[in-house]
Design a protein around this ligand. Sequence first.
Ligand SMILES: Cc1cc2nc3c(=O)[nH]c(=O)nc-3n(C[C@H](O)[C@H](O)[C@H](O)COP(=O)(O)O)c2cc1C
Length: 385
Amino acid sequence: MLRFLTAGESHGPQLTVIVEGMPAGISLVAARDIDPDLRRRQGGHGRGKRQQIEQDAARIVSGVRGGKTLGSPITLVIANRDWDNWQGPMQVEPRGFKAKRVTRVRPGHADLAGVLKYGFDDARNVLERASARETAARVAAGAVARTLIGALGIDVHSCVIRIGDVDVPVPDGDVPWDAVERSPVRCADEAASARMVAAIDAARENGNTLGGTAYVIASHVPAGLGSYVHWDRKLDGLIAQAMCSIPSVKGVEIGAAALAARSPGSNVHDEPRWDAERGFHHLTNRQGGLAGGVTDGEPVWALVHFKPISTLLHPLRSVDIRTGAEINAHYERSDICVVPAGAVVAEAMLAWVLAAAAMEKFGGDNVGETRRALAAHRRAAGRLR
Ligand SMILES: Cc1cc2nc3c(=O)[nH]c(=O)nc-3n(C[C@H](O)[C@H](O)[C@H](O)COP(=O)(O)O)c2cc1C
């Protein structure tokens, strides 16, 4: 079973990730396979000053020898440079500790729900872990997963199709990924990119924040990942859960879900065909490469909706948890728009879910075994007709 755990507070000394269940024999080099994704997560117009402090890089401290995975747990460490500025209020030891309490909880953040859950009198205890700094650790885990699915021929990409009220159509066909990577907002359309940047700048001027929508897609996914036999093995459900677990994600569409909801069935369903060159395939891919919670051999794609982030320079009214009095919400250095960065996190989560499903289906203690099981499965699927 492939699984990962992350640990670390936003302003603590470091983030730690343990990835377990990777087969042996996969080439894994942090500077080549993980750090570029960490940098992509840090980018995007609309990020705050924190990203200028951090220069995220992963250090592999277990599970890899001579650049190859061993099959043992892989531990990754990402240092928080900002720790230098927070050693006092974030110190671990009790002696001399002086908390700078956060009591004016932010509407839309985890502050109030978290203090109610754990019985805290300081929302910093909540926000340090609820903070999306944790997504750097997930991107590192996703980058490890990418090396596994990459060895099976699967690749994962993302772009942004909406920021605030600026949008572009849902991609239909090939996306120029180079243009996406060059765009400051991960949008291939240059004119729309410029409008998105202007919208973010206007939000910044107004002390406001913006949400939006990311498109995430995995290509060359074999048919047969996931299962229809139990609710918690359905891959569409697992993808939705993974996406919704990203901080500030409030909705996920698998394929053209919203369009399907307002269209007659005859305009929605993907007709299958068979030919000697492609084998079984579909004429369209509105169901996002999934039926019954099982991959159907088409690219797996989803739309991921991010709310505007909650820390506002011009804060909403809130409540002070010490007194119950109405007061302006707490402000601390924050992003304006996280959709481009969030898209990179969504890629990592999709890579992860597919890697876990591939290991469940194909297994293998070393990647050669995994590859051979996939090849046998593809041959068997080709013989079905
Ligand atoms: C990459 C990324 C960066 C984020 N940065 C911030 C931020 O700077 N300030 C903020 O208030 N929320 C930020 N968020 C969102 C909060 O972490 C999130 O809204 C909060 O944890 C509450 O969770 P929920 O929105 O999922 O309910 C960010 C989210 C992502 C994906």
